[in-house]
Design a binder for this molecule. Structure first.
Ligand SMILES: Cc1cc2nc3c(=O)[nH]c(=O)nc-3n(C[C@H](O)[C@H](O)[C@H](O)COP(=O)(O)OP(=O)(O)OC[C@H]3O[C@@H](n4cnc5c(N)ncnc54)[C@H](O)[C@@H]3O)c2cc1C
Length: 366
């Protein structure tokens, strides 16, 4: 059986490794000259997001045979809103992982297990390959193939700016920043590689790329993120949903298949799982749509929560962060082991303190 995989990111590599395990050697096409995006960054795995899976790295090891090393366990999340700060501490919040060109990155750790060929510096087209191969797995990390196949429904277009910075950091702490003045409905965050390096990101929906620098400056100023910057980059990210994940012999996985939640852009774990499921569908002649249903259901739940949080203005964000920092609520969300994501908004609004106005980002009126 001839299988092509387009994209050597985490989702494409997860598919390739699972196919290898099942006795099929795919051919992988990658646009860059090596595995791993040219930019280095830190991604977070948040255990709460993909319950009933309690530990995503443990799950990937036990169920998929991927033994991946994090940079560090995530032990604390500091949430900043304009007038509040809440600190969540727990030994088991999740993990911080390296992404991109680093040899320690998740992509490069996975690529070490490859025995299948990778054709580098090749921009592959799904429909061309579909004529040549029995199966084509699309793992390009973008919405373009789904658009071309007429499967994409856009929610929003987010501009992202990231920076690699030097300073002093706690390697187990992730900082989240919410303020509608510089982020609109979105957010900023700081994630450490180690004690001396971190990546900082700002995501802003509904703006033009050329507007980003104003928002970025306001973000750094408002949050006092005055670090030595090594490099910066910008990219656009399309959030949306996909109506089907398979068209003929083409299967869409990872970001290309819409397996990323709008809530904090969490897509690493569901992306890899979708890659594994695509491999199992191909090798076992199984129904891919059926296999990915639990994942899409969960993504819809997270997206639903995100669309409700979008209604909060800065006053509402302050209240939200205040409530999330209350001991009883913290325990319920982070320590009880209960899957309260689908109910979290109802619980929070039970406090009857959240206000709902339409926020907009206005960097010049700060
Ligand atoms: C700034 C940022 C921060 C994020 N933070 C988190 C986080 O903290 N936690 C989390 O869970 N998720 C996070 N995500 C989402 C997560 O990174 C993605 O869901 C995950 O990378 C999806 O993996 P993928 O393999 O589907 O796509 P990608 O990682 O984008 O990989 C796609 C690969 O395909 C290649 N490619 C693209 N087009 C072609 C083509 N035509 N031909 C050949 N090769 C091609 C690319 O070069 C790349 O190697 C973040 C995303 C961004 C943008």
């Amino acid at each position: 059986m001839r299988v092509a995989i387009i994209g050597a990111g985490p989702s494409g590599l997860a598919c390739a490794l699972e196919l290898q395990r099942l006795g099929i050697k795919p051919v992988i096409f990658e646009r860059y000259h090596r595995v791993g995006h040219p930019v280095e960054r830190v991604d977070m795995l948040l255990h709460l997001a993909w319950l009933p899976v309690k530990d995503q790295l443990d799950h990937l090891a036990r169920k998929c045979g991927f033994y991946l090393h994090p940079l560090a366990p995530l032990r604390s999340i500091v949430m900043h809103s304009p007038g509040h700060q809440a600190v969540i501490r727990s030994p088991r919040l999740g993990y911080l992982l390296s992404r991109g060109r680093s040899p320690l990155s998740i992509e490069n750790q996975m690529a070490a297990g490859l025995s299948s060929p990778v054709v580098f510096e090749t921009i592959a087209d799904p429909q061309d390959l579909a004529r040549e191969f029995d199966w084509v797995v699309v793992a390009t990390g973008d919405s373009k193939p789904a658009r071309q196949l007429g499967l994409w429904q856009e929610y929003s277009n987010v501009v992202i700016k990231g920076a690699l910075v030097l300073g002093q950091f706690d390697p187990h702490t992730f900082h989240m920043f919410w303020d509608t003045r510089y982020a609109g409905h979105s957010y900023g965050y700081l994630a450490p590689f180690d004690r001396g390096r971190a990546s900082i990101h700002l995501c802003v929906g509904g703006i033009k790329p050329e507007e980003m620098d104003d928002y970025w400056e306001l973000f750094l100023e408002a949050e006092k993120l005055h670090y030595h910057t090594i490099e910066t980059y910008e990219q656009q990210f399309h959030c949306g949903r996909i109506t089907r994940h398979q068209v003929g012999n083409i299967l869409l996985v990872g970001n290309s298949g819409g397996f990323v939640s709008n809530l904090l852009g969490l897509g690493l774990f569901p992306g890899m799982i979708s890659g594994v499921l695509a491999a199992r569908a191909i090798a076992g002649n199984d129904d891919y749509e059926r296999l990915v249903k639990p994942l899409t259901r969960r993504i819809n739940e997270l997206n639903e929560l995100r669309s409700k949080l979008d209604k909060l203005d800065n006053h509402g964000l302050d209240r939200l962060v205040g409530i999330l920092g209350m001991p009883g609520i913290k325990h319920l969300i982070y320590h009880s082991g209960l899957d309260i994501i689908p109910k979290i908004y109802t619980i929070l609004s039970g406090f009857n303190k959240l206000t709902f106005r339409t926020p907009s980002a206005h960097p010049r009126h700060h």
